[in-house]
Design a protein around this ligand. Structure first.
Ligand SMILES: [Zn+2]
Length: 176
């Protein structure tokens, strides 16, 4: 019992070894995918309206396109510059659907336009007539509402598909 005073330093040394061991374990080269951080965009409705008044009159195709870019967030690498003008309007209607389900502050993310090389060959993405929107982080009931509302809104004009699985997203393509 007289060596009890040694207990504290021994415990301290053990704790240091434990931390060291944990750090080492974490250093193992585990292949691991680091998703790109997307800067958070806060949509300011009033600023947006001011800008709209200032810059976007008259409001042509390019104006609608800029509006879509402004009201969405685009995943890195997404190519929308040749998007069919009608898809800009359809995209904005989808934005509106997101707003009615998620609130006006919500900024939807476009995850694909004419860019990703793995869509099927005949995909409308390669004709600039399709857009993908991110829905995987929504709650199940929010996803359901977004899909249903989008389908209802775009009936006869665009096909809305809820792609499920690992690459879950909302696919919207022009009907011709
Ligand atoms: Zn798609």
């Amino acid at each position: 019992m007289k060596h009890l005073y040694l207990l504290a330093p021994i415990l301290a040394i053990l704790a240091i070894f434990a931390v060291y061991f944990l750090i080492q374990t974490n250093r193992r080269p585990v292949p691991h995918y680091e998703p790109k951080e997307e800067p958070e965009v806060i949509f300011d409705a009033e600023e947006y309206l001011r800008q709209l008044k200032r810059d976007h009159r008259p409001f042509g195709n390019r104006g609608v396109h800029r509006l879509l870019l402004k009201r969405t967030h685009q995943k890195a690498g997404v190519y929308l510059e040749s998007l069919e003008p009608v898809m800009d309007s359809i995209g904005l209607e989808i934005v509106n659907v997101f707003h009615s389900v998620m609130g006006f502050e919500y900024v939807p993310v476009i995850t694909s336009g004419n860019d990703w090389p793995y869509h099927k060959k005949t995909s409308k993405h390669y004709e600039n007539k399709a857009l993908d929107f991110r829905i995987k982080f929504l709650l199940p009931e929010e996803k359901k509402s977004v899909v249903e509302l989008a389908k209802k809104k775009l009936e006869g004009r665009a096909r809305v598909i809820w792609e499920k699985g690992e690459m879950e997203h909302l696919h919207v393509e022009l009907l011709e």
